[in-house]
Design a protein. Sequence first.
Length: 214
Amino acid sequence: MRILLIAPNSPDINTVPEIRTITSRHHTTVLNGAVTPQTIDQYARQGYAAFHFAGHSSPDHVELSCGTTLEADDIVRFARMAGAKMLFFNSCEAGRLAAYAVAHGMEYVIACTIKLDDDVAWEFPSAFYNSLANGAWRDILAAYRAADSGNGEYTLAVAPAFLGDMSDQINELKAKVKGTVSVSATMMRLMVGTTALSLIIILIMLMVHVFLEV
């Protein structure tokens, strides 16, 4: 996957583990140091499947360098320009950014929903991108499930038009449930039949016993 990894230098964030993981598993262009909207505009024109933001954010924007920010509408505009299908906000409290991006045309958006400690910020992206590297594009959902610990630190937003990617999994689950119910019903019938047969045998034995006694 071609990824544009945007990681402006920040004295209180160590993005090195995150960058190393992603670059080792995917075709990645890293924008670090002094990053401005103009820098992103320049690289977005080269085409990428995903944008990954590593740094600080607020519910309305991500922070770049020298006090500049990238607002939600600009993020989506650059992503569309690049032909990106996925955004990943590994930055604090980016849930609203994810919702906005999906509502305005992005297919998949992963975002951190809390204020995340820097020393663990690399863990989820590492698990996600490692899992994603082992499958096709449509495995974003599976990669997210594999990486997610269920503690609510990250969320996955999917555009309604692309929820169809889950149809095969849903149908498979329905088939398994239906099969389980069918087997259970069959077993119940067998159990009822066996019980009835046992009662008949016992009754016959009792009748024989009474007859012999007489």
